[in-house]
Design a protein around this ligand. Structure first.
Ligand code: MEV
Length: 440
């Protein structure tokens, strides 16, 4: 067993690498070589990446792909996607092309409200707390004026502060439930700074409030933090066309295909086991754009799944219908994204991704991201109800297997051609590879 280390963060990068290689890997020389192989050749750029987090030892590569031909609100986008799963970009591109000739995607932002809360414990008269809150509310806003000034100039700021009594759920538990508009910023730092300022003033003012008993004055701030549950920071994206315009799929008539799509979505609506996987497919598209644009995919994931469960049962984030011969497929999802601040003006590839997207506002990025999720879901469900998912997956995964087997470029070429007309399973690929090698 390796003993705990003191002061790891204070070691230089080379020392950190040596330590991890010696203590946790079998071949330290190889480990050191692999880690250094992924350092950027430009020390300035490497330093930039080193400073994003603590204890950086190297860079972790993910492919950045492009899904072109996304017609969104009549504007054509090529969407950058950072993701490791082999079939995602291909599926998004295919769905984009499909809907490009059927009117494209329509997207609307339904709200941009962010949320943050000061959680506190108060033991005393609830009515008195209500009076105190009313009285102190303007002071709470004033006390964070220095923080909100710039945001207000951009049309944002604190929209509301409400006192919420949660003591029926947890004894003595109360909140200041605050709502914010953060314009093109994701706003996490802004919101958290406001909340901490508000909490401090709230605590100070309580001490000075004569009507409170000492116990009431001593209300205890437990924490001040934004919420990733943002049901009113919502975007809707949809596609629709006459059922007769849906292409026949693998011998399936358009109406048959449309009905199968609707049924598959309805299954995800009523069955949580299916809904989780259905939504995972949506998040394949969403997270890839979120990562490429330097946004926080954990926040996006948390908010999306909370929204999927908002009515008490986890359900599908997309919907499908056939009405009067029109097939409609749509998504409604909360997305807290930023196109300024954070990594957006630091990470060179994030900056480039935003340039490729034509420098979107946060609202435009919400629309693009929702569309990527909808397209991904359309692609996945279409495969599931027609050919099955493995055909496309294995086609894309083929290269990964061949790379694992150490296939040469010419072997890859031959085997890719072979699997154009053969089913690619892992064992079939291994067998075909071995046969090809043994022929030599
Ligand atoms: C795989 O990453 C995503 C799917 O499982 C999504 C779905 O089942 O809808 C194919």
């Amino acid at each position: 067993m390796t003993a705990p280390i003191e002061g790891f963060s204070k070691l230089g990068k080379e020392d950190k690498i040596r330590w991890i290689a010696q203590h946790y890997t079998n071949n330290s020389e190889d480990t050191i070589a692999i880690l250094k192989q992924y350092w950027h050749s430009d020390p300035k750029l490497q330093n930039l990446h080193d400073e994003f987090i603590e204890n950086t030892i190297t860079n972790f590569y993910l492919p950045l792909g492009i899904a072109p031909n996304f017609l969104i609100n009549n504007k054509l986008y090529a969407i950058p996607m950072a993701i490791e799963e082999s079939s995602v970009v291909a599926a998004a591109s295919k769905a984009a092309k499909y809907w490009h000739t059927r009117g494209g995607f329509k997207a609307t932002v339904l709200g941009t409200e962010k949320v943050g809360q000061v959680h506190f414990m108060y033991e005393g008269d609830t009515e008195k707390l209500g009076h105190f809150f009313k009285r102190v509310q303007p002071k709470l806003l004033e006390s964070v004026a220095a923080i909100t000034k710039n945001m207000e100039k951009r049309g944002g700021g604190i929209r509301n502060i409400a006192l919420r009594n949660k003591s029926a759920d947890l004894e003595n538990y109360f909140q200041l439930h605050c709502t914010f508009e953060t314009q093109d910023a994701m706003g996490a730092n802004f919101i958290n700074s406001c909340l901490e300022g508000i909490a401090e003033t709230f605590k100070e003012e309580a001490q000075l409030y004569d009507a409170f008993t000492q116990q009431e004055k001593d209300l205890e701030i437990v924490m001040s933090i934004l919420s990733n549950n943002i049901p009113n920071c919502l975007v809707r994206a949809e596609v629709s066309c006459p059922v007769t315009d849906l292409k026949a799929q693998d011998g399936m008539e358009p109406m048959d295909f449309a009905q199968k799509m609707v049924r598959a979505v309805n299954m995800a609506k009523v069955e949580p086991y299916r809904a989780v996987t259905h939504n995972k497919g949506i998040m394949n598209g969403i997270d890839a754009v979120i990562l490429a644009t330097g946004n926080d995919f954990r926040a996006i994931e948390a908010g999306a799944h909370a929204y999927a469960a908002k009515d008490g049962q986890y359900t599908s984030l997309t919907h499908a219908s056939i009405d009067d011969g029109i097939f409609k497929f749509w998504i409604e999802i909360p997305l807290a994204v930023g196109t300024v601040g954070g990594l957006t003006n630091l990470h060179p590839l994030v900056k480039l991704a935003l340039e490729i997207l034509q420098h979107p506002t946060a609202k435009e990025l919400m629309q693009i991201v929702a569309v990527a999720g909808l397209a991904q879901n359309f692609g996945a469900v279409r495969s599931l109800v027609t050919t099955g998912i493995q055909q496309g997956h294995m086609k894309m995964h083929l290269l990964n297997i061949l790379n694992q087997l150490g296939a040469t470029e010419s072997e890859k070429h031959k085997l890719i051609a072979h699997f154009k007309n053969h089913t690619a399973t892992h064992s079939a690929v291994v067998q075909a590879f071995n046969e090809l090698r043994s022929k030599k």
